[in-house]
Write a protein that binds this ligand. Structure first.
Ligand code: SAM
Ligand code: SF4
Ligand code: SF4
Length: 369
């Protein structure tokens, strides 16, 4: 991938970063960016590999046997991940999500979870430590993940109909295996569990209602995600996006819904509850209703680059700092500079012609969702 890498160790670069005026700092006194958004979440991609080939993420034609996946030596080690994570936690991060690729494919992932679970916020609280998975290995691993200190999981599931699901994952993986994984995670206490369904028009939108019916009256919260133009491989077109308003309209016509307040500022999903009191759903309208103004997420790629937006074209190479003998204080200062300079709001600026952008955006499987 041709991609812009910003040389962090370069002092001239650091000097160019504007310092945020004091009145724009987060009310907590912790870090804030140029739009006064605090640094609250860290998403860590721990592998760029996956056992699925979801059509909207890792299309088979691109992610074939010749695809240049990262060599093992490029990956951050568990010690490096934990060290960086601890610096982010000192800056105010309270929620860490492991992702990928498929995070459960990373060897000994339980060990990493154990190391991250030992971190504490500056005032001594445990982190909200979670993970997003395609569920394929969940039935086998749920207990070990729980024992290692994972708090909860989010499971991606794009259809209940086996044929449609297999068309989406493109590796012939059966729905029942994912459903078993979800149940296993629930049994061992990895809840509350969220189920994410990416809706791609003409592909799985006929599954909106069956999914809503299936997860109604269960402990699981189903969330519908608008198909996004992440990366450059999935051939995204605006007319394949089913707007969240349409998802809500279709469900409401069958099972009346009413809106409910967000759980916290910066929550990506808009919440709706079944009027008969049988649970709630969420819609994530990344395309039709951008939520950049509350976006408090930083992303660490598998090889240790820091991205301040899912749609970034360049990352900041923290691995170089880790492996060049820089102190915690130095790396921490760099993180602060990067966050303070952040002005990303891609989704607010998106047009139907994003595929015409000249710079390559990073792939979802590399940066994580
Ligand atoms: N492999 C894991 C999984 O699928 O849950 C974790 C990584 S995956 C990249 C994280 C999330 O991103 C998944 O819920 C997936 O459905 C979502 N995703 C991937 N490509 C997307 C796209 N183009 N638009 C919207 N969501 C996408
Ligand atoms: Fe793999 Fe997740 Fe991407 Fe599907 S969405 S190809 S499961 S990384
Ligand atoms: Fe955050 Fe970038 Fe998504 Fe906006 S487009 S919500 S800034 S990740």
């Amino acid at each position: 991938m041709t991609e812009k890498i910003i040389p962090l160790a370069d002092q001239r670069y650091l000097n160019r970063i504007p310092i945020v005026p004091a009145h724009l700092e987060a009310p907590t006194g912790l870090l804030a960016d140029t739009r006064a958004r605090p640094l609250h979440d860290l998403r860590i991609s721990i592998t760029d590999r996956c056992n699925f080939r979801c059509v909207y993420c890792m299309p088979k034609e691109v992610f074939d046997k010749d695809y240049p996946y990262l060599p093992h030596s490029s990956l951050l080690t568990f010690e490096e991940i934990t060290r960086v994570a601890s610096l982010f936690v000192a800056h105010g991060v309270e929620k860490i999500r492991l992702t990928g690729g498929e995070p459960l494919l990373r060897k000994n992932v339980e060990k990493l979870i154990e190391m991250l679970a030992a971190l504490r916020t500056p005032d001594g609280r445990e982190l909200d430590l979670t993970l997003t998975t395609n569920g394929s290995l969940l039935a086998r691993k749920a207990q070990a993940l729980k024992d290692a200190g994972l708090k909860r999981v989010t499971v991606s599931l794009d259809a209940l109909d086996d044929a449609v699901f297999k068309k989406m994952n493109d590796v012939d993986f059966a729905v029942t295996d994912v459903l078993e994984g979800i149940e296993a995670a629930h049994r061992v206490g990895l809840g509350p569990i969220k189920i994410n369904m990416v809706v791609k028009g003409g592909m799985n939108d006929q599954e909106i209602l069956p999914m809503a019916r299936h997860f109604k009256d269960t402990p699981y919260v189903l969330r519908f995600i608008e198909y996004m133009d992440v990366g450059t491989s999935n051939g995204w077109k605006m007319d394949e996006v089913i707007p969240s308003a349409e998802v809500v309209r279709r469900i409401s016509a069958d099972m009346p819904l009413e809106p409910i307040a967000p759980n916290y500022t910066g929550e990506t999903a808009n919440r709706w509850r079944h009027a008969d009191g049988s649970g709630e759903i969420g819609v994530i309208s990344s395309v039709t209703q951008a939520f950049c103004s509350d976006c408090s997420r930083a992303r660490l790629s598998t090889e240790g680059k820091l991205y301040t937006c899912l749609f970034a074209t360049g990352g900041h190479d923290l691995r170089a700092l880790l492996r060049n003998g820089n102190s915690d204080e130095e790396i921490s200062t760099v993180i602060a500079h990067i966050w303070r300079a952040r002005d990303d709001r891609y989704s607010e600026l998106r047009t139907a012609n994003t595929s015409e952008l000249k710079e390559r955006k990073v792939e979802m499987s590399y940066i994580g969702g």
